[in-house]
Design a protein around this ligand. Structure first.
Ligand SMILES: [Zn+2]
Ligand SMILES: [Zn+2]
Length: 228
C-alpha cells in the first residue's frame, strides 16, 4: 500500500515515482545486416529537475541498462543531455534548463528480453515507464515493420495483430501446431480438386482440413521441445 506522501506502509519509499522513463526501441541501419541491428534509447526525467537528481538518474539509467543487457553484445553507451527551452519573451533571452538525460545503445538482434527486464528494473526503482517499440520482421528480405506500445497490449498481448510472432510478420505462412507447439512453414500450390488434409508430422494434429482449394506442403521449422 502506498500512502499519500509516497511512503509505503512498510516504511520503504522505493515505490514513490522518482521520474519518468521513456524507452524507445527501433531498427537501425539497413535490412541487410543479419541479425538486424536495433537502437535502444532510454530517456529518464526525474520529477525534481535538479542537477544532482539528473546526475543520479543518469547513473541509474546506465546501471540498469548494463544489468538488463548483460550477456548480450551491444555497442558502447552514448549519453545526451535533454534541455527544455522556454520560448524567448519580448526583450528576454530564451531560458534553457536541463530536464532529462538520454542514454542510447545499439544491439544485434531484437532485444525483447532485455527491454522487458529493463522495464521491470525501472519500475522497481520507482520510475513510470512509457515504452514504444518499432520492430522489423526478421525474415530475410522482408521489409515489414510494426509499432507496438507494450504498456497498452492489444488483444493478442505483446504480438501485433497480423504478426506471427514478435519477430516475424504474418506474411510467411508460419503455423504453430496447436497440438504439440511445433512450428511449420506452409507452402501452397494450386490444387485441381479438393486437396487432402495436412497433419502435423510430430503429433498428427490436423493443420489444414481436407478440401482446401490449395495443395499444402509443410516444412518443419522447429520441432516441439516436448518429446512424445
Ligand atoms: Zn516478414
Ligand atoms: Zn503437432
Amino acid at each position: 500500500m502506498e500512502q499519500a506522501d509516497g511512503t509505503r506502509s512498510d516504511g520503504s519509499t522505493e515505490a514513490r515515482p522518482r521520474g519518468t522513463a521513456a524507452l524507445h526501441v527501433a531498427p537501425s541501419g539497413g535490412a541487410a545486416t543479419n541479425p538486424r541491428r536495433y537502437v535502444v534509447v532510454l530517456e529518464v526525467t526525474p520529477d525534481v529537475a535538479r542537477a544532482d537528481e539528473i546526475t543520479k538518474a543518469l547513473a541509474l539509467a546506465k546501471r540498469l541498462l548494463d544489468e538488463a543487457f548483460a550477456g548480450s553484445s551491444y555497442a558502447q553507451l552514448v549519453t545526451r543531455d535533454v534541455w527544455a527551452t522556454d520560448r524567448a519573451h519580448r526583450g528576454q533571452a530564451a531560458a534553457s534548463a536541463l530536464m532529462a538525460v538520454e542514454v542510447e545503445l545499439e544491439c544485434l538482434g531484437w532485444p525483447g528480453e532485455s527491454t522487458a527486464r529493463l522495464q521491470t528494473l525501472l519500475k522497481q526503482n520507482g520510475y513510470r515507464v512509457i515504452a514504444e517499440e518499432r520492430r522489423a520482421c526478421a525474415e530475410e528480405g522482408c521489409r515489414s515493420e510494426a509499432v507496438l506500445l507494450p504498456n497498452r497490449p492489444n488483444r493478442r498481448g505483446r504480438v501485433d495483430d497480423g504478426w506471427y510472432s514478435e519477430t516475424i510478420c504474418g506474411k510467411h505462412n508460419y503455423k504453430t501446431c496447436p497440438g504439440c507447439r511445433s512450428v511449420f512453414r506452409l507452402l501452397s500450390t494450386n490444387a485441381s480438386g479438393p486437396a487432402a488434409s495436412v497433419a502435423c508430422t510430430e503429433c498428427g494434429f490436423v493443420l489444414v482440413e481436407w478440401g482446401s482449394s490449395k495443395h499444402w506442403e509443410i516444412e518443419l521449422v522447429t520441432a516441439s521441445a516436448v518429446s512424445s
